[in-house]
Design a binder for this molecule. Sequence first.
Ligand SMILES: [Fe+2]
Length: 365
Amino acid sequence: MNIEFDSTELRLLTDKESIRLHPLWMRERSKEETAVDQRSFQRLYDPETLADNLTFSDAKQLDHDEILIKFSDQHEAKYSLKDLLLEVEKKDNLPQKVYWSTSNLEFKEFNFDYSLESEQQMLEILEYFHKYGFVVVKELHAQEGEIINFAERIGFIRETNFGKTFDVRSKQQPNDLAYTSIELGPHTDNPYRRPVPSIQFLFCVENSCVGGNSTLVDGFQVAKDLKAQYPDAFKILSETNIFFRFTDQDTVLENTGTTIELDDEGNFVQIRFSNRLDLVPYQAPDKLAKYYEAKRIFHGMINSDKYLINFRLPAGGLLIMDNYRLLHGRTSFNTSEGSRFLQGLYIDHDSIESKYKILKKNKNG
Ligand SMILES: [Fe+2]
């Protein structure tokens, strides 16, 4: 990559384009010690105190990646071209997401080795997670609470009204269908919370019942195919705000959101689908008829063999999944023939992303 400049802009010349950079945009990215604290890289000044007519006075390339820039306020700073390009292209240093259906998924399970303290093991687990939106880790100690130990290797647990962890086993007076033995179709968890929990851990302490398999669907792949095949249904599901509520004796949780949430550029942000507790707001019958038709198409897709994977989580098995991207469910099970006990918890996206970035940085030095 080459650079050129005049007083009002610096240009990065890539194979494809010329990227134009403003003097203030560059100046406030200076990492020199007069500009930022060298530990936190936070600015030591208010960028609003810089001259609003700041200009470039010189720019030269030091090697294939490093450039030296001089500004009209006499400040000089070095920059990495690679880092500038990453920021311009809004890349986030995470593995690229691989959308999947049953035909292209490379399903892999990781056997956790406690004797290996290497960071490489966790890096591989988190790399798979970021690509596919889930990861299965096996051979953990099959005991109550082990899920907490493992989660704390990665990040911080997000407590809810269910507690630090929630126990998934059939109960006498369940306050959630998760605590029964019935089949649960693909859904996302807790769309009634604000914010919705981001990453779910589900850990099997015991599963000697017949049935009770886990199911997963890549909601972003389904949304992508829905957009291509049924654009009207896609539009309705990405524009209709649905109301969700959880209530028991002690708690009322309420939130709204679309089934398929998009950002301003049309990228997928979040899937919300929990059809045992969703309430579509009032609309005239002809509009509602279209909504119900769109929802049935989506429901048909997420329940089809084209998208739904089914596998058994054995004792000591942990499933980590992105609750904004994947839908999950389970097949029914019979407690008269054995017992089933899973524990779950939530952590946030930034925790797991941070862990991945640190492990990757340590590896690359
Ligand atoms: Fe769930």
